[in-house]
Design a protein around this ligand. Structure first.
Ligand SMILES: [Zn+2]
Length: 614
């Protein structure tokens, strides 16, 4: 963790023109008379494209004609899409006021309008996907299509595993009964449960399952112990059902993979995320080789909390109190100063968002309670929603969402509308990059007690997002592998596998407490297959880049190149063009070194403060 001071005096303070969205670039108000007219234009432009290409097939044979079609398609996506300004406007309005049924109704109506256009225009994508593999190379090598090369590569890569149209239709029709209904059943049974627990206020009360999950992280030991008792009791009750469910889910996946002839259970996930399997393998192996880091972290936490070992559910128990408050103008200025220091364009983008009413910063009645950064058409402004209440976490949230916003603006500058976006595997690079630099600045000015509390929380987040997710990924790999070898897995076998992989990253300081062998019953991510690596990939790429920037501030130029690449190529190729090889273990190790350094600093600080013995 860098301790380079940020010279706050050099940057002019951020002007905060307002803390609410200005939606007038879209519409003046909910009954803006231009709405109807603009909707007709979207319709006309969409059907101009549909009618021009629906009955033609020459663009599937002649690359020069496909170029014409893609140019028109790109322009449509850039300016109109299927819902124009109206869809974006009313979606944003429903986030500002979730309780107004009139807004919901307006949004639903434009959704319906847009669904019809989407159904009518999807032929274009589907037919490109059906271009025969022998002919695909002609298209990819044609110079005139260079601009759309990766767009086509993405479509072709997935289409390799497509079945015939009628087969796809059958799989699609049967997917609810063979997959979704099963997983819904288990989560439905759990969510209906209720148990009596000791609340934060110290009284016994019946609480719903969803609340019991949260109470397991309570600072109050009696509350969290009673919550985990209730939680384990619920899982125990449904573990037989979950065994049947998970075996069906695993079998259904096996059948799909065999029909599609995929080489590995995780192939389709990697394709969808535009990441090579080799890159994910290197990431997973690199992280697993450093499982000593989380083990050391939990050992430190146990010592700080003065217990010999942590119970399984106590691994997230908080250490220390972070009481300092940051009002919005102060928090925004802190983030702004850090951005500006990293790169003046980052600061300028933040100032622009702030001046143009693109940030809705404060909590309001009816407003969505989370935080997000959203973009829609390339020609429409980015909007950020926050609920700033002044906690440290809220400051990091500004940095996080602003990271997404900066990412959007950089892509907008360099790419066309079909490459405007980020693949899942790297979607969180910019956000966590900004977050960590802001945290560095906060740590720089905090006193030692506060620093220790913040550093422990930060390590907890990093351990959960990187090491725990990679352990889960390896659990999934072994789960699918064992199922395919044995044909059925009992709840005991699943529980054993689960505990093996959890113990592997938690180390000896965390007990695999009785009852925790059933926690897979509740883990919904494993039902979506191999998705969890993306938490680790985004964060570690971000940390590896941070490491390089700390050693050489000029490296930020490469970071910006990467962030502006959007969907124009796979992350591996984008990095390769910048001279960085992400199939090399060293790249991932640079990110892991950052976490180890934070852990070393935290241990040293705990010793300095006399919280633990040498
Ligand atoms: Zn994010």
């Amino acid at each position: 963790m860098s301790r380079t001071p940020v010279p706050a005096a050099k940057t002019r303070p951020l002007r905060i023109a307002g803390t609410a969205w200005n939606l007038t670039p879209l519409f003046e108000r909910d009954d803006d008379p231009r709405m109807e007219r603009k909707r007709r234009i979207v319709e006309r432009k969409s059907y101009e494209f549909i009618n021009a290409w629906r009955d033609r097939s020459d663009y599937l044979e002649d690359p020069a004609i496909l170029r014409q079609a893609l140019d028109q398609y790109e322009l449509w996506k850039r300016l109109y899409g299927s819902d124009g300004d109206e869809g974006y406007y009313f979606w944003l309005r429903t986030q500002q006021d979730q309780n107004d049924p009139k807004l919901k109704a307006r949004f639903n109506k434009i959704e319906e309008f847009s669904k019809k256009i989407e159904n009518d225009i999807q032929f274009f994508h589907l037919r490109i996907a059906r271009i025969k593999p022998e002919a695909q190379r002609n298209f990819l090598e044609y110079g005139g299509l260079a601009k759309y090369r990766h767009f086509l590569e993405r479509i072709f890569a997935e289409s390799r595993f497509h079945l015939s149209e009628p087969e796809e239709k059958i799989l699609n029709l049967k997917s609810a009964t063979s997959y979704a209904n099963w997983t819904k059943m288990t989560s439905g049974f759990l969510s209906k449960e209720e148990r009596t627990v000791v609340t934060e206020e110290g009284v016994k009360k019946a609480r719903p399952f969803s609340e019991i999950v949260g109470l397991m992280n309570s600072k109050n030991k009696r509350t969290r112990d009673s919550a985990v008792g209730a939680f384990n009791n619920v899982l125990e009750k449904h573990v037989e059902t979950a065994e049947a469910e998970l075996n069906s889910v695993l079998q259904n996946k096996k059948i799909d993979d065999e029909l599609r002839n995929t080489p590995r259970p995780d192939t389709l996930r990697h394709l969808a995320d535009d990441i090579e399997s080799g890159v994910v393998d290197t990431l997973v192996d690199s992280v697993a080789a450093r499982f000593d880091i989380p083990a050391r972290y939990y050992a430190l936490k146990a010592r700080l909390l003065k217990v010999p070992r942590l119970a399984y559910h106590e691994r997230n128990a908080e250490y220390g109190v972070v009481a300092k408050r940051y009002p919005y103008p102060q928090a925004a200025n802190l983030v702004y100063t850090v951005m500006n220091k990293l790169d003046s364009q980052f600061g300028a983008i933040f100032a622009g968002f702030s001046n143009n009413g693109q940030i809705d910063a404060l909590p309001k009645k009816g407003k969505d309670s989370g935080a997000f950064c959203i973009h829609h058409l390339m020609t429409q402004p980015t909007y950020i929603l926050l609920n700033h209440s002044g906690k440290l976490h809220d400051v990091l949230t500004i940095a996080h969402e602003l990271g997404h916003g900066i990412n959007n603006e950089l892509i907008r500058e360099k790419q066309h509308a079909l490459d405007f976006g980020t693949p899942t595997s790297t979607a969180e690079v910019a956000s966590t990059f900004m977050e960590d630099f802001v945290l560095d600045e906060i740590l720089h000015t905090a006193d030692d007690e506060l620093r220790l509390a913040i550093m422990m929380q930060k390590l907890n987040d990093d351990v959960s997002s990187i090491f725990r997710q990679v352990a889960c990924y390896r659990f999934e790999q072994e789960l699918h592998g064992s199922f395919r070898a044995k044909g059925y897995l009992s709840k005991e076998e699943i529980g054993k596998l689960f505990q093996k992989h959890m113990a592997a990253y938690m180390g000896k300081a965390v007990l695999q407490s009785p009852g925790s062998e059933n926690w897979w019953v509740y883990w919904s991510h494993i039902r979506y297959f191999f998705y969890v690596y993306s938490y680790a990939s985004g964060l570690l790429i971000s940390k590896s880049l941070q490491n390089s920037v700390k050693q050489d501030p000029a490296f930020i130029v490469k970071v910006k190149e990467f962030l502006s690449a959007g969907l124009s190529d796979s992350p591996m190729n984008i990095f390769a063009k910048l001279g960085i090889d992400i199939t090399d273990k060293q790249f991932w190790d640079r990110g892991l070194d950052e976490i180890e350094k934070l852990l070393n600093d935290t241990e040293a600080l705990a010793k300095k403060l006399g919280k633990i013995k040498k």
